[in-house]
Write a protein that binds this ligand. Structure first.
Ligand code: 3NM
Length: 219
């Protein structure tokens, strides 16, 4: 798998991100609209737990598998191993990437959230396959984010690691993500611009077509 291409339109979702829409329908629409990777992130208020969480993860994984969309689990390494997910994403307060690598083995994808060049270096040394950097803009989707970072940390990480896969996150939408790509990100991670859109498929198509234009312009 080409990780940089998989990061282009990286949709993140949990059952509590979808408003009145049915979460599996939102995911199917996002897949039909052209997402390139999916992260199962069942966290925060009203998140599913136990068997219900596991069943929802399996249902999301099935939709992703049918479409060849890589399926990454946020934080819950045991769940990822149990269902055979393609990888795990961890934050700075979660398990260390090196420990996750030992548990998952060499052929799974590991992503790490990073906010600074220092954190990026540590994640890369620990064996991460990609890093997620943000929040680029203000977001109301995750309440405990770091302060808004803009694109400076991405630029610094890109200067030190010319080829390492980086995805931007936080408040990104079709009309504002270009600066993150211009700063060196390979793609965008999105929750609300897809999950809260009136039409998730159309919203994804718009993100994907804008991404093509931005990448061509950045060349
Ligand atoms: N992590 P939206 S920001 C899950 O900065 C997450 O590390 C962030 O949601 C970070 O696309 C964020 O709706 C939420 O802004 C992204």
């Amino acid at each position: 798998m080409n990780i940089k291409e998989a990061l282009r339109i990286y949709f993140i979702m949990g059952s509590n991100n979808c408003g009145s829409h049915e979460p599996l329908d939102v995911l199917q629409q996002a897949i039909d609209g052209g997402i390139t990777m999916f992260q199962f992130r069942e966290k925060g208020d009203d998140a599913l737990t136990g068997e219900a969480k596991k069943q929802f993860a399996r249902d999301c994984f099935r939709l992703c598998k049918q479409a060849n969309v890589p399926f990454i689990v946020n934080d819950d390494v045991d769940l990822a191993i149990e269902i055979g997910a393609d990888g795990v994403h961890v934050g700075q307060d979660d398990l260390d990437a090196g420990v996750v690598r030992q548990k998952l083995g060499s052929d799974k994808i590991i992503g790490v959230s990073s906010h600074t060049l220092q954190e990026s270096k540590a994640a890369i040394e620990a064996g991460a396959d990609y890093i997620g950097m943000g929040p680029i803009y203000a977001t109301t989707t995750k309440l405990d984010t770091n302060p808004v970072a803009g694109t400076k940390a991405i630029q610094e990480t890109r200067q030190h690691f010319a080829q390492f896969p980086i995805v931007a996150i936080g408040g990104l939408q079709a009309d504002n993500f270009a600066p993150a790509i211009e700063a060196g990100a390979d793609g965008i991670s999105i929750i609300s611009a897809i999950a809260s859109a009136p039409n998730p498929k159309e919203a994804t198509e718009k993100l994907a077509s804008t991404m093509k234009e931005v990448i061509n312009d950045a060349k």
